[in-house]
Ligand binder design. Structure first.
Ligand SMILES: [Ca+2]
Ligand SMILES: [Ca+2]
Ligand SMILES: [Ca+2]
Length: 274
């Protein structure tokens, strides 16, 4: 005979198998943050995008393969994480993950900052955790010297908000998005304390340039501006994840059943007391 516990385990196993199968079907053939990132366990995925070799979005929304930005997360989020994975034909697969204290609660403003999202993030970020398989990337937890340059604008080299150590004559981790038009575009994450760009994807608002890279660009501008490298990668993926502030919330049905059980107990005790 099969015991209740065995039955429960069996159905749990079959559910797990079904979920995995669905997951594998839904995901493109790539590693994904789930397999690479140690910290990912408590995070929920908001976006996955196969970065195109050429992009000139204007106000258009990128063709995300996964877009959960409409999901309501009760209690909000306390962290946001970005994962970029690149591989050139015949080259090594490179990936980098950086998470930080949430700089917004608007999930729709955590992805590619095309003009229609209203997202422009040019600021320091707090409490950054960095993981990577690229040896030059400075990894660690609680890094206090992160900053982001997420905008749809054209930009210049000068260090507009005074990021420590940035070069006013170079495109790097401190630039100026003074042009309000939707042009060129920057999606860059940096560790200014290490004088390091963690990843950069630029020119997704420009008709001819398409810049993409992990770490500092060793030739030309450190943040890959004008590098025009996107087409050199056969695999190029961007993922956005968030950490819900409230973890392990019981499912509503469990709560309701628990409530009914307690109410029933109270009622029977009252009856006995009479
Ligand atoms: Ca600069
Ligand atoms: Ca920059
Ligand atoms: Ca472009």
């Amino acid at each position: 005979m099969i015991s209740k516990t065995q039955l429960k385990n069996k159905s749990a196993a079959s559910i797990a198998t079904t979920s995995l199968a669905l997951f594998l079907v839904a995901q493109p053939a790539q590693a994904t943050a789930i397999l690479d990132v140690f910290e990912i366990g408590t995070y929920s995925q908001i976006y996955q995008l196969d970065i195109p070799s050429t992009a000139n979005y204007g106000g258009a929304t990128p063709s995300y393969n996964i877009d959960n930005s409409g999901t309501l997360i009760p209690g909000g989020i306390d962290r946001i994480g970005y994962y970029m994975e690149l591989q050139a034909s015949g080259g090594d697969r490179q990936w980098v993950w950086a998470s930080m204290d949430a700089f917004t609660q608007n999930l729709g403003q955590t992805g590619v900052p095309v003009i229609s999202t209203g997202a422009i993030w040019q600021q320091l970020i707090a409490n950054m955790n960095v993981e990577s398989n690229v040896s030059s990337i400075v990894t660690g937890t609680g890094i206090g010297t992160g900053n982001i340059e997420f905008w749809h604008n054209c930009y210049t080299q000068d260090n507009e908000i005074g990021i420590p150590g940035a070069d006013g004559g170079n495109y790097d981790f401190g630039d100026n998005n003074n042009n309000t038009a939707s042009c060129y575009g920057s999606m860059q994450l940096h560790n200014y304390g290490a004088s390091q760009t963690l990843f950069a994807w630029n020119a997704w608002d420009h008709s001819s340039f398409n810049d993409l890279g992990i770490g500092n660009n060793s030739s030309g501008h450190p943040d890959w501006t004008f590098a025009n490298t996107a087409s050199t990668y056969s695999l190029k993926s961007l993922e956005v994840w968030v950490n819900p502030t409230i973890q392990n919330v019981p499912e509503p049905t469990t709560l309701a059943l628990l409530g009914l059980g307690l109410a029933g107990l109270g009622l029977s005790r009252k009856r006995k007391a009479k």
